[in-house]
Write a protein that binds this ligand. Sequence first.
Ligand code: GDP
Length: 336
Amino acid sequence: MKKALITGISGQDGSYLAEYLLELGYSVYGMVRRETATMRWLSPIQDKIEVLYGDMRDAASLEVAFAKASPDEVYNLAGQVFVPTSWQIPAETFDINVGGLTRLLNIIERQKPDTRIYQASSSEMYGNQNGLRNEQTGLAPTSPYGVSKTAAHRLCGVYRERGIFAVGGILFNHESPRRGPEMVTRKITLAAADWAQGKKGKLKLGNMQARRDWGFAGDYVRAMHAMLQQEKPNDYVIATGESHSVYEFVVEVLQCLDLVPSGRNLAEVVNEFVEVDPKLFRTGEIHDLRGDSSLARRSLNWNPDVDFKGLVRMMVESDALGREQDHVAKSQFLRS
Ligand code: GDP
């Protein structure tokens, strides 16, 4: 039975990955810094996983967690993931996102160099460039978060040269009902759920013209696992290939909840729901992110099951109708 250690197991990706690896028969160890509300995503599997406490900034705690798990595969999903926060605490963002990976790679090299490691790289590394991005596209990050992810991605590359099986999964935005409430998709679905129940407070958003390539996190964790099963380590882009604006996401959510009565002007309904707040606009905004995942589709045989409309529906149903359990079952059904 293979053993996996997942850092950040209580997050969106960590919890989906843990479910997937259990289905595949893995022994799953997961590291968390402390008990957080997101531990609830783990409650259906809490008896099947071993939770270890550790902090990406603390080498000794990582060493203990690694020794306990003695893993065949490490999935480094822990991180400071919110771009605006990376401007507030840039040094801490680096210490977690770059220092944490550095500590893990050093432990792997010393304790068990045949351990394979997956690094959560990000489409934020690309910055503003035209068109579809693939593994050959140059990196030009525009925020401390993007620079930290770029440094960590490069670090995997140099350890790979030294013989460690380290891969960077360049995942474009991926969402789900478990997405953190500060990210724009979840912020919208949570506010729309309130709105549908008659709470008419306005939702404040920043740049609604920004476009992202949004996929479903449950689909993307399958790619993480597949990357570590290849003969040779390589980096892969994971994306749907489609981008939509924040405005389009809002419209899709409102339509999904039947909040646009026939005959009403769509823009008017959006204006009733949303107030644009200039304070939420970003320096270094990335205007359009769209990924070309043809390498992953070809080499990993990976394909997403959930499209943009399906993703919105899943998030809306969970937030407005409390259907998280249904959607877990559905995502498992879709995979099989
Ligand atoms: P990111 O792409 O990893 O930074 O994911 P986010 O969900 O935080 O942001 C996606 C896009 O939505 C960015 O271009 C943001 O500028 C834009 N956006 C517009 N309004 C908001 C908002 O109120 N909150 C967040 N988080 N993003 C917003």
